[in-house]
Design a binder for this molecule. Structure first.
Ligand code: FES
Length: 171
């Protein structure tokens, strides 16, 4: 049996700048639909950038799914982020074509430029770096996406040029 003592209390999010109610239309849309937890979590991440413990507790409370299950799903799937991301999210492809064409060397170049590891955000909050599977543009391999833009045929040198330009606000 789950605790119902908070059910009628207004939700207090630990960060008052975040409007938790933006998620409510989606919670209503999926209300009572079995197997909709992942869709709700995807929408929440799209709205807030990452899934904070507060947000997961809110989702648990509103869906009736136990917190342990909500947290378990989030930690199981690599698509979900539990920390805030930087201004620019770098998705470096590690799919087969990119791997064959040198994505490991590109990864070294990205890490060395940023000074952070995979899944981390730079101290200035500008970049978050993640490895991903095939981005669907293998003819450009090795390739990375930053925001909506795919950067292909990467070399160690071109990575630095691209990141420099983004940093300077030139692209
Ligand atoms: S393997 Fe990298 S885009 Fe397909």
């Amino acid at each position: 049996m789950s605790c119902k003592c908070n059910i009628n209390k207004p939700w207090r999010y630990s960060d008052p700048a975040i409007d938790i109610t933006r998620l409510d239309p989606y919670l209503l849309k999926y209300q009572g639909i079995k197997g909709s937890l992942i869709s709700i979590l995807q929408k929440a991440q799209e709205l807030y950038g990452y899934l904070s413990p507060d947000l997961l507790m809110y989702i648990s409370e509103r869906t009736g799914v136990k917190p342990s299950k909500v947290f378990g799903v989030v930690t199981f799937y690599t698509q979900f982020r539990t920390k805030p991301i930087g201004k620019h999210l770098i998705l470096l492809c590690q799919g087969t074509a990119c791997h064959v064409n040198g994505s490991a060397g590109i990864e070294d170049a990205v890490k060395s430029y940023l000074g952070v590891g995979e899944g981390e955000t730079t101290h200035d909050g500008l970049f978050t770096y993640n490895n991903v599977a095939c981005l669907g543009c293998c003819s450009l391999s090795p390739v990375m996406m930053i925001g909506e833009t795919a950067y292909g045929n990467l070399t160690k040198e071109s990575v630095a040029v691209i990141l420099d330009k983004i940093k300077e606000g030139e692209i």
